[in-house]
Design a protein around this ligand. Structure first.
Ligand SMILES: [Zn+2]
Length: 288
């Protein structure tokens, strides 16, 4: 979600990885049985993260990677008021000859863990790459929403894409001006193209990630307008977590939207979903 080439490339590779991960999911191969060489459990609020490392050596050492995962967990804990699930397992797979945080995938309710994240990180990852990484935070945000059907995958990705930079801003890990610049730059990718249908029907990369993020932005503004700026999307999403609608559940979306709307005493999310899921909605982003 940051505006640098590196991040945009990572975003694209994320969508390729998404297709890959769906293949892996279909075959039931999560990499979760990969042998673990080192394990450390850290606290995130009152929750625990078990961080497991597969074979490999980071030039910076494992502690730098653990610190970055903790910082990402802190951002998510700050945004939601708590870490979304009581226990998560994070499997770190070091990739030889590579640099950067390369890719992440998150599943719910795997192997006795409410959430399971698999992260691929280059063994030559630099301190700067870790400090500016968005992928780990994005993946941890996924723990905060129930596992939805494939047609509604855009909402999972939209929330993760929209919340990630805000959560980092709220913890001082990202500059607010940089966040807005990134949204200005990227959000246009979410606009419907000719022939596109509603978000439940058109599953391109742009509509899934940025179309979903655009839905969140418009919902956030809508809730703020309806409540004289007393409530926002953050209140709605916190209510879902508080009710237990996290990644280890498969609650229907209607139930999640009802919980979220009740928290803001509006019908912004239900009304928007009814419209955006079935028809292409254009947003005047420069005006907004
Ligand atoms: Zn994602």
């Amino acid at each position: 979600m940051e505006r640098k080439l590196l991040d945009r490339r990572a975003f694209v590779s994320g969508s390729v990885a998404l297709a890959l991960s769906q293949n892996l999911r279909a075959r039931g191969q999560f990499g979760r049985h990969t042998p673990v060489e080192f394990s450390q459990t850290v606290q995130a609020g009152s929750s625990r993260l078990q961080i497991d490392f597969a074979h490999g050596e980071f030039a910076l050492g494992r502690v730098a990677v653990i610190d970055r995962i903790e910082a990402a967990a802190k951002a998510v804990t700050t945004y939601y008021g708590r870490f979304p699930v009581s226990l998560a397992r994070v499997l770190v797979i070091p990739e030889a000859g590579e640099s950067g945080v390369l890719q992440g995938t998150t599943w719910g309710d795997i192997g006795g863990f409410p959430a399971f994240l698999r992260l691929r990180i280059g063994e030559d990852v630099t301190a700067q790459e870790l400090a500016s990484d968005w992928i780990i935070t994005h993946e941890l945000v996924h723990t905060a929403l129930a596992d939805l059907s494939d047609d509604q995958h855009w909402l999972e990705e939209g929330i993760a894409s929209y919340v990630e930079p805000i959560a980092r801003v709220q913890t001082g890990q990202l500059d607010a001006a940089a966040m807005w610049a990134g949204m200005m730059d990227g959000m246009v990718n979410g606009e419907p193209e000719a022939g596109d249908r509603g978000l439940d029907r058109t599953h391109t990369w742009g509509r899934t990630y940025w179309g979903g993020a655009m839905f969140c932005l418009v919902a956030d503004v809508g809730i703020r307008r309806a409540t004289a700026n007393r409530k926002g999307l953050q209140d709605a999403l916190r209510a879902i977590v508080d009710a237990g609608g996290t990644i280890n559940t498969d609650w229907p979306l209607a139930k999640l939207l009802e919980i979220a709307d009740r928290a803001t005493k509006t019908d912004v999310l239900s009304t928007m979903y009814a419209k955006w899921s079935g028809t292409p909605v254009e947003v005047d982003l420069p005006q907004l």
